[in-house]
Design a protein around this ligand. Sequence first.
Ligand code: GLN
Length: 530
Amino acid sequence: MNASTVTASPRSQDEFLGHPKGLYVCFLTEMWERFSFYGMKALLLLYLVKYHLFSDSNGYNLIGAYGGLVYAVPVLGGLIADRWLGMRKSVVLGGTLLCLGHFGMAFEGAQAVMVNGEVVRDDDALQIFYLSLALIIVGVGFLKPNISTIVGRLYPDNDPRRDSGFTIFYAGINLGAFIAPLLCGWLGETYGWKYGFGLAGVGMVAGLINFVWGQKYFHGHAEPSRPEVLREHVLPGIRREYLIYLGALLGVGGVWALIQTHSVILQLAAWLPQMSPVILGMHTVTICLLAGIFWFMLKDCSQVERHRMLVLLVLIVGALIFFTLYEQSYGSWILFSDRMMNRQAFGVEWSASQLAALGAMFILLLSPVFAWLWPFLERKNLNPGKAVKTALGIVAAGISFLVLVVSIRYPQANGLAALWWFVLAYFVLEVGEMMLSPIGLSAVTQLSVPRVVSLMMGAWFLGTSYSEVLAAQLGKLSAVDEAITGVVDTTSAMAGYYDLFELLFWVGLGCGLLLLAVSPLLKRGMHGLK
Ligand code: GLN
């Protein structure tokens, strides 16, 4: 639906701290959704390699396939909401699937064992695990893009509070992402995986209850654009709405089958590169989306609109590069900190999954600083444009890997890397995220033609889905597959992490500087927007 055709009218009696109450409903829903998402994510790789005895490489393959799909499906979730279902119903559907998925994850079955050098796994439990991941993937696909669009709908078109509304919403995301690894990671690694995953499920139920209770504060702005179409009987006796729910369940079945192929490689033709079915699915979505966007740009856009959309596509590629580096914090950084680092601080040995909370913690601490910094620089006429901020964000991500390289170069007396270097690496990475991610979301709503803003939001998340796959592939460069037997050669493992981190430092620095070099051109392409 066209965002510009909806004019929200926040009633003053329905405001709290200067924002529509609906914002806080979205804040809390997304806080709980991200609590369950990141709580599960912090445990996922460790659970695979320690409980189901996946090799590092297969663990990376699976988290790559999961991450790729979980950020590709929002393109469809956004489109279906725009065309038929509306945002409110989509979020309820997504939230319900998410609750089922997170509780399914709590069923861990029997632990894998080594028998005569072969790993014997509980295949039934793994099927429930794959089904749970599929429910989560489709659930996120319906929930994530649409809850963000609801935030936008709460403000009239040119309401100056919109940006700060999104900043508050981003803090909600990171509040959930901060608490989750601490609680779920601690429960999962200390008492049993199922308790960590189960708590993630409890969080999602809280999110869904909060949303259903608070939906009255959206005042109809998240309803289907054409309810009569939704009521139409498409098949005898079946309304379109129920057909969509049925389709979502079929989609879960399809993803269930697809996610299991994470290690299968296909080659459709001799001249085509080999790829997994998941990547093939993502490429198909991307080709259709890009064809649609370019067709729209050629047919329906003025030259100024076309230039702005092109700039947005470049920024999405920038975000793709940033999140490829960033996602190491849920992959190689987790295994590195688990195996190669002294995790003692303040008299506590922190678990690797708990340390994943550092990222969101720094976002929460840095948010007010950046909320102050940009207007301050603006007043001094020094506020950099969105392209420069994106480029600097990528450079910062690169530098965070340099910090880890230094931590390996100068280990403690026991040969392990020191925790405080790791904390510093997270700090630098999150300075980068602050410069790139909220700015990017704002750029999507600013640079895209209003008619296709949801689609471009989908494109933004699709960029992230490639990041997840690339991150997993890069993570594999540091895989220690002998870890499955419990014997890790620390020197060669450390060398593997060193090489990967050094490579990603150069990738971040190189790509960031390249984007910085073309930023004057991008600035021109924005035609006066900042
Ligand atoms: N951390 C943010 C979130 O969870 C950004 C995710 C992304 O775009 N990769 O919403």
